[in-house]
Design a protein around this ligand. Sequence first.
Ligand code: DC
Length: 216
Amino acid sequence: MTNKPIIIAIDGPAAAGKGTLARRLAEHFDLAYLDTGLLYRAVGMNVVRQGGDPEDTEGAENAAKALKTVDLEAADLREDAAADAASRVSAIPGVRAQLLEFQRKFAENPPDGKKGAVLDGRDIGTVVCPNAKAKLFVTASVEIRAKRRFKELRDKGLAAIHGRVLADMKERDARDSDRTVSPLEPAKDAYQLDTSDLDADQAFAAALGFINSANN
Ligand code: DC
């Protein structure tokens, strides 16, 4: 009998707290971790760096085909320009198809001999790993998410205007939710975790409670 890897799928909009939660869960269960947003960010920035338009299908598909693991280490992938480019390339079906393979391989053959993986993104529970052992959909109100993002930027010493951060967040939410391929939506069997009034420890405790009950 082959041991199937244990997959935990975490989806949700930007700044809902899914990255922090996913990393903690991976550590707790000793699983590999993949931030799938980084793949889209790297593709988007590779297009932008070559002077291309992230909404140009051919350029974005070529960038997705040419993506290398080392591209995921680029220093600027956390910046807002990368988030914006990622959100645009991610609406292109050929880009998604290309990255799907990378994500599934990671989930099926987790690195470093790990017995499974935690993946976070927008369509992990619905498309990438529909058979995941546990699925979580992490949300928070857009105002709270914008506030968190604003604080994060200010803490890094970057100039930010709250109204602008909120408007950008709303725009990105709409683009991620309204696209025709793999839009942001909870899987039917996902546990919905609203972190609006929770800190990181409380969100982790709630997620752990769900995962442990799902495993019984
Ligand atoms: O999670 P993030 O903010 O790093 O994601 C950046 C963008 O990438 C997001 O706006 C939508 C896209 N994305 C996606 O379409 N599917 C994923 N699984 C992960 C990210």
